[in-house]
Write a protein of this length. Structure first.
Lengths: 228, 228
């Protein structure tokens, strides 16, 4: 039986180079001073991007903090209703999350923007941490501190499909979405350079148990695409 | 001037396959039910290993927790004495670290065992969390819970060089060190399969700003090695 859903295999080097292409713009326009990787899919993109961002921004102290969110995958202790519907925290920033984020330009990194549910959750919850920290500060300082706190999002791939959640766009937080090879504006979010992907099944290399066969399929996918 | 220090370039696929090779043994002998990735270098190996471990152990809920440790790199807030000498925590497990670890088989993952200082720190501190949790439990249960808590270590590369720190080997914790392509026993630690690397400068792909040139150098390094 023919496969009804298209697949797109991407190699490590594909992703590495998408990030390389995208980073000068992100460094120039957003210049993050903290990265938050959404694990497990954001781990690899975040680590690669840090290399390029440190080069571009000359900020040699740029650090990655990790959070663990699970949407599709079964999590120990999660019940059936939660799986596939709810976003479940498996790890978060430490007890000083708000202090860590306040006044920073924070770049959230994940591999894919699919339904947008995970990104929406991450952003909303990080903002709650910022607000909690702000509530401990003198009222006179809050406005300036809130305005200095900026969130950006980078995903390697954005799927062109309806999103289940909007990204909160409350002023004065500045939400900037950087998508490698994405073109123009989509809705109210800002996108940058290149192309989005169709609503295909994305096969990431770190999920592959046969990396040579994976690379072969990636080459086929690419030649098929360029032949369209 | 000739480069006095040898380099070894490793590709993404090299690392992916080293992990693939090593995982059946780790699944069989240690069967971890929690992974702790030491960021940033442990992020990529941990994510790849999870794929293979989930396949081998049929444990589809295996999760990665991340900790951030810095030894060589400048960290915001670290003073000069600390840099290059001390291990600095940039992130740790949440407030329930001890609860999370207790009774588990915990596999700590990093890219390289160089001076062993980071691994020593990670292991010692994780054990402190376990002990803190144990102190809240009835004395009659402690011994069994402690014995059920096991730590293993996986690194992609072990450098054959003097280590600055010994890994704590206090009974009844079981410390197992899994090193891809490492041969036989070294000192008091258990090693598995293949070969260690000499004390060379390891060039990891996620540090590369030109991945095609990196892959070319990796191929040269490999052919030079096999020609020895």
């Amino acid at each position: 039986m023919a496969n009804q859903v298209g697949h797109l295999h991407v190699t490590y080097n594909n992703i590495h180079n998408l990030i390389k292409e995208c980073t000068p713009k992100i460094g120039d326009e957003f210049n993050p001073d903290l990265m938050v990787a959404i694990g497990g899919g954001g781990f690899f993109p975040a680590r690669v991007m840090r290399t390029f961002l440190r080069g571009v921004t000359k900020n040699k102290t740029l650090q990655i903090q990790a959070i663990g969110l699970s949407l599709y995958e079964p999590v120990e202790g999660g019940n059936e209703d939660q799986i596939g519907q709810e976003v479940i925290r498996t790890q978060w920033l430490g007890p000083n999350a708000g202090k860590l984020l306040l006044g920073k330009r924070v770049l959230i990194v994940d591999e894919v923007d699919d339904t947008r549910k995970t990104l929406h959750y991450a952003l909303s919850e990080l903002k709650k941490d910022v607000e909690a920290e702000l509530s401990t500060r003198p009222e006179s300082e809050r406005e300036a501190l809130r305005a200095a706190t900026k969130f950006g999002i980078f995903v390697v791939h954005n799927k062109k499909k309806p999103k289940l959640a909007e990204l909160p766009r409350d002023i004065p937080y500045v939400i900037t979405i950087f998508i490698a090879r994405s073109n123009g504006k989509t809705g109210n979010d800002r996108y940058y350079a290149g192309e989005d992907v169709d609503d295909v099944w994305l096969d990431y290399p770190w999920e592959s148990t046969n990396i040579e066969e994976h690379d072969r399929l990636a080459m086929l996918d690419r030649s098929r695409k360029s032949g369209q």
